[in-house]
Ligand binder design. Sequence first.
Ligand code: PLP
Length: 425
Amino acid sequence: MSTPAVRETESKTIDILWVREQFPSLKLQVNGHAAAFLDGPAGTQVPKQVIQAVEDYFVRANANTCGAFETSRRNDAMIAATRGAMADFFNCDASEVVFGQNMTTITFALARAIGRELKAGDEIVVTTLDHDANVAPWRALEEQGVVIQQVDICEEDCTLDLEDLKRKITAKTKVVAVGYASNMVGTINPIAEITKLAHAAGALMFVDAVHFAPHGLIDVKALDCDFLACSPYKFFGPHMGTLYGKKEHLQRLKPYKVRPATDAIPDCWETGTQVQELIAGIGAAVEYVAGVGRHCDASVKTRREALTAAYRSTVPYERALLTRLLEGLKTIPSVKVYGITDPKRSGERCSTISLRMGEHHPTEIAKFLGDRGIFTWDGNFYAMNLSERLGVESKGGLLRIGLVHYNTAGEVDRLLTALNEFAIR
Ligand SMILES: Cc1ncc(COP(=O)(O)O)c(C=O)c1O
């Protein structure tokens, strides 16, 4: 079973100079070194369009919703426009797009609402590969007698154990909650196939696409999932979360809300006043990604086509960086990479790599790199079940290197040189 990240034919190379020009922070210097942002899985940098949109919001449209005056109307129009942009991003209807503080908060709220329909003995399937934000909200329902089934991984390549998954999805299963891509080891899960298994059992399919979103085109219609959450700050936008929910479920389920707030979807799912200035930034982030597509392929017409063209160019670009990194890591003493390392299987993973170097604490390596202007992360990245399963939780976890389309081959080479220096000190 495999879900190709994106159609790879007709890919046109991205214009990396143009891309980098869009991101003012990429010019930062640290200790005399150009900053190399390999920390994308914890949050990407933002292009100038996003910064500008947030500023414009405060100047032109800073008011609460549904007022009978101009700035409020502009705010309403901006929210509607951003919903439309996210609808193109997900490939759904605008009424199926919900904004929220972040993916974690959205998922707790959704799980509580779904929990209202569940009884003791009902089951929810989660996985060992997932970030805890796609585990803890479901585990919280154990308090009302819901049983959680956790799918194991195949340790040798950090993929989901699909046989275990098939065993654990039964007639008792009400929700299957799976990540699209692992934020620790980069594995891409076969979501369309898992959705079919969930639906065949009569269960809802919830997808955590937070890590996948910067690396591949999302198409909720093709996946046929019931819910899919992601966080714009991982795809070049501001710190917020977004949810796609199939209209029938958003209408049927009862979110926890205050009485005066509307019962109409999708607004009834958005608790309290939203961070509206950042919603403006989300719209600009989607436009930025679409802009990458238009820059690569001038023939695209709609925004969805532009988004498709963007990933058609960024996916092979990221794969080339990934291959360069994996090849280089092979030459560095004591490096152990976790997850898929076979270049022939690059379609099953994204360009996020985690490793250990012997018994060195990952923080020590991250600090060594950080002092040289190379930003990586260390720890468990909240993928705590995976960190425990791989036996690294008590040893500081892993060092994570995240490559997105604004990174360069030069940055990969700098990283490899620094890791080699660290290894042979
Ligand atoms: C795969 C994955 N899921 C969920 C989350 C949580 O997202 P948020 O910070 O928006 O709550 C993260 C954050 O790192 C993540 O990487």
